[in-house]
Ligand binder design. Structure first.
Ligand SMILES: [Mn+2]
Length: 244
């Protein structure tokens, strides 16, 4: 029985399918998706259809990403910001232009069902972005930070590896959970297309929306599978790259 955790997908249905075929799931396996299903490549509706279908076959946990929240807000209120349009929202609007009302309602229900975080029996925390309270998720004053924060990741990256965990300088937030799995801040921004690991934080957003691959990791063994770089699967699109 394996548990697989999946990084930011951003509409890259072809990459998701490629990886699911590679890992050949068993009925007893679990999947944890770290959020950002939409905004980027042209197949956001197909990604959500695939996730809904996986839910009927496997134990699945779906975390909420900031892009999923922006899209859901638009669907519920009709309002959106220019920032969202620039950062992938336009591709999602285009892809949903000819969707049936029935399917749209299923997708709204899916987006509303997304979880802010998940903690497993081994005290591993899974969430899209981070948290800000030194005592952990239950004490978060700003729940939107679960899908917007970048300071947890920056703290993990910037904390010198030589500082012992008992030292007064060691960040409190890195002591609470056995491991933390996040997406949100592409590892490509640190020059890597691999998942990156600092202290107890694993970042699985390997820049699928840009020039990186989609990544899946098996939680216990930390074995990694990566798709073809997504921009090669969508040669006639730009994703969230301004210029290719
Ligand atoms: Mn993302």
């Amino acid at each position: 029985m394996n548990t697989y955790v999946v990084g930011d997908i951003h509409g890259a249905y072809l990459a998701l399918e490629e990886l699911l075929q590679t890992i050949s799931l068993k009925a007893s396996d679990s999947l944890i998706f770290l959020g950002d299903y939409v905004d980027g490549w042209s197949q956001s509706p197909e990604v959500i259809d695939a996730l809904i279908s996986l839910k009927s076959q496997y134990n699945c946990i779906f975390i909420r990403g900031n892009h999923d929240d922006l899209f859901l807000n638009y669907l519920k209120t009709g309002r959106f910001s220019q920032e969202w349009i620039i950062h992938g929202g336009q591709s999602t609007l285009d892809a949903y232009r000819n969707i049936s009302l029935d399917k749209l309602n299923h997708h709204i229900a899916f987006l509303e069902s997304l979880q802010p975080y998940y903690v497993d029996a081994s005290n591993r925390l899974f969430l899209h972005a981070g948290f800000t309270n030194q005592k952990g998720i239950a004490f978060e004053y700003f729940p939107e930070m679960f899908f917007w924060d970048r300071t947890l990741w920056e703290t993990a990256v910037a904390t010198d590896a030589s500082i012992p965990i008992e030292h007064a300088y060691y960040p409190m937030r890195l002591k609470i959970y056995s491991k933390i799995f996040i997406g949100h801040t592409p590892t490509t921004s640190l020059g890597s297309t691999m998942p990156l690991h600092f202290h107890n934080v694993w970042n699985l957003d390997t820049g699928a929306a840009f020039k990186g691959p989609l990544t899946i990791m098996e939680v216990e063994t930390e074995r990694i599978w990566q798709s073809t770089p997504v921009y090669k699967l969508y040669p006639n699109e730009n994703g969230r790259n301004k210029y290719l």
